[in-house]
Design a protein around this ligand. Structure first.
Ligand SMILES: [Ca+2]
Ligand SMILES: [Ca+2]
Ligand SMILES: [Ca+2]
Ligand SMILES: [Ca+2]
Ligand SMILES: [Zn+2]
Length: 611
């Protein structure tokens, strides 16, 4: 008894703490980047606050054991999440590209806050599901956010970058202890490859060889020492495998492509994503956020776009138009058809896998670029001056423009001024360079506008998915009575009753059942590429209409499962497909069920009562 008295107030106060903590965490702001712990707290708080919309789970664990969180968002009261067409979104594949994480968090925030408030979002979450994984390389993402390290593109599996038999033996160091790992430069007329601009000594660029300029400075892109005495500085830092070269589509081993892993899906991060996607075949569209560039990449990276059928290219075009409307940015294809280095961009890339193997329309947005206002190319285009300058002048102008940007927008913050430093091996050097959130990820001040635009692009992309619903069921009495029954289904009707003609007295009646499905979505239900595959194990080669009978009702003719193929986009020819069956009802009452299964267009069912 005594114990109880003491325990009670304690329990109450702990509970209060917990509730306040959750509510605070649920309010997220987009003027900063979030650590793994903050992301975890936020996602848990969202699930606690919106249980009817949000469900948090883990796709698996990263190399160092962090959870690969994925938030499922849909109206869970209407149909199961896996019964709706879905969009998969992730961020942070490349460890240092953390802007994507923030877009994911913002999209989650926008969806849960606007359900029931904004008609467009309500409709979307009633009919579609989102799977959003904000940080899919959490080891490197979190090191990038919480430490001074910068070069964290890959995952944290130890990797021997210089093939000397030792892994990760020479990482970069913050030598001058200013909290940043920046760059080092040293005057060297013989070995120098860079010059300093006379009018702005911060700026280092390549010399213009055509004008006979010569290098004056050596530049080390990261600060540090030669830890293993092999005369190279920082040649083997932390990690790792490039997770976005580790997917099964077009994968290549190390002698063709470095850092792709020792076999496809050798990395826990890519493996968890693929297993998640295969377990959720309703994923009809995919967005994987990277930085930087300010454009959308659409498949393919490893092959020419001409291997994509015209029907699918039309869908990709719709997505790219929606993206442009939301962000103002253009779409590119990573495979280089022309230019100085034509050919594949890379192998084993996620968006290629998502389109080729998963049958989902996919894209990678390269978030953030120098704002148009500062971009010399975009300004020229505006003034219709054309881009006639040579490559070197364009490079020079763009480099200068970044400095103009930080001077005007950030009061010069964003670049650590070069300062002399006595290096243990190199002697007198200067240390300085770009801060973390300028070039590859936006300065926090610019984050909000980036995440807002791209959330709108996510919403538009999720709307560009098929939606296959049972549209009509006709039940006609073939034998055993006079009256035919014809029913049109309306949303929300769970069971329909079909009555026989009154004159009927027979104990056996035969009906013809005809079911029609319709694609209510703006894109075809199956990618044309997938329709053409000869892989028999892939169920989404065809949508299905299934008649389920039992009890007094038996199927007389036709197969219970009918393959109806692909449904065209709503409003186009072939946006509906039908199947019919002959059934027999013994006795007075019976029931049957029509099931529509479209892997990408969703699941639907109707129950019909016969009497
Ligand atoms: Ca090594
Ligand atoms: Ca390494
Ligand atoms: Ca430093
Ligand atoms: Ca070394
Ligand atoms: Zn990237």
């Amino acid at each position: 008894m005594k114990n109880n008295k003491r325990l009670f107030p304690l329990v109450v106060s702990l509970l209060c703490l917990w509730v306040t903590g959750a509510l605070q965490a649920q309010n997220i702001s987009f003027d900063k980047y979030h650590s793994y712990q903050e992301i975890t707290n936020y996602l848990k708080a969202v699930q606690a606050k919106y249980p009817q919309l949000a469900h948090l789970s883990s796709m698996g664990k990263s190399f160092l054991g962090k959870e690969l969180w994925v938030m499922e968002i849909t109206n869970r009261k209407l149909k199961k999440p896996e019964h709706k067409p879905a969009m998969y979104i992730d961020g942070g594949t490349h460890g240092n590209e953390v802007t994507g994480t923030e877009v994911c968090l913002h999209t989650i925030d926008y969806l849960v806050k606007n359900y029931g408030e904004e008609g467009r979002i309500t409709k979307l979450l009633d009919t579609r599901t989102f799977y959003i994984a904000p940080s899919v390389n959490p080891d490197s993402n979190d090191l990038f956010i919480t430490t001074s390290s910068r070069r964290l593109r890959n995952n944290q599996r130890p990797f021997d970058d210089d093939s000397d038999g030792v892994v990760d033996e020479d990482p970069a160091e913050d030598l001058n202890g200013d909290g940043f790992i920046s760059m080092m430069r040293k005057k060297d007329a013989e070995e120098g490859t860079m010059i300093v601009l006379p009018d702005d000594p911060r700026i280092m660029v390549r010399p213009n060889k055509e004008k006979g300029e010569k290098g004056e400075y050596r530049l080390w892109r990261s600060e540090g020492i030669d830890n293993d005495g092999d005369d190279n500085i920082n040649e083997d830092g932390r990690g790792g495998v490039n997770v976005n070269r580790n997917y099964p589509a077009y994968w290549q081993p190390a002698h063709k492509q470095a850092r792709g892993g020792v076999y496809p899906l050798s990395e826990p991060e890519s493996r968890a994503i693929v297993e998640f996607c295969l377990a959720h075949p309703n994923i009809a569209t995919v967005q994987s956020y990277h930085t930087s560039g300010g454009f959308l990449y659409q498949p393919l990276a490893a092959e020419k776009a001409s291997v994509i059928p015209a029907e699918d290219r039309a869908v990709f075009k719709k997505i790219s138009e929606a993206y442009k409307k939301a962000t103002g940015n253009e779409t590119r294809r990573p495979y280089r058809e022309k230019g100085p280095r034509p050919g594949p961009y890379g192998f084993g890339i996620f968006i290629d896998w998502a389109y080729m193997h998963l049958g989902a329309y996919s894209g990678t947005t390269e978030l953030w670029n120098l704002p148009d206002k500062y971009d010399p190319e975009k300004q020229k285009k505006k003034k219709a001056e054309g881009a006639s300058d040579d490559e070197y002048s364009r490079y020079l102008e763009k480099t200068k423009a970044w400095f103009r940007f930080i001077d005007e927008e950030l009061g010069g913050e964003g670049f650590i001024p070069w300062k002399p430093f006595q290096h243990p091996f190199l002697g007198e050097v200067e240390i300085g360079g770009w801060k973390k959130y300028v070039r590859s990820n936006p300065p926090p001040k610019f984050l909000k506008q980036i995440v807002e635009k791209n959330t709108m692009a996510d919403i538009a992309q999720a709307e560009l998915t098929p939606l296959v619903l049972i549209n009509e069921v006709k039940v006609s009495l073939v034998q055993g009575g006079e009256q035919a029954a014809h029913v049109n289904l309306k949303e929300g009707e769970e069971a329909l009753k079909v009555s026989r003609g009154k004159k009927l007295s027979d104990r056996i009646a035969i009906f013809e059942v005809k079911a029609t499905v319709r694609n209510e979505g703006p894109v075809q239900s199956i990618t044309k590429k997938m329709q053409g595959t000869k892989l028999p194990q892939r169920p989404n080669i065809s949508d299905l209409l299934i008649l389920e009978t039992g009890g007094n009702v038996t199927l007389l003719a036709e197969n219970a499962r009918v393959r109806v193929g692909s449904l065209a986009a709503k409003g186009e020819k072939d946006d509906t497909k039908s199947a019919s069956w002959l059934i027999q009802l013994k006795g007075k009452k019976g029931q049957l069920k029509i099931i529509s299964i479209s892997q990408k267009g969703g699941y639907d069912e109707q129950i019909i009562s016969l009497r």
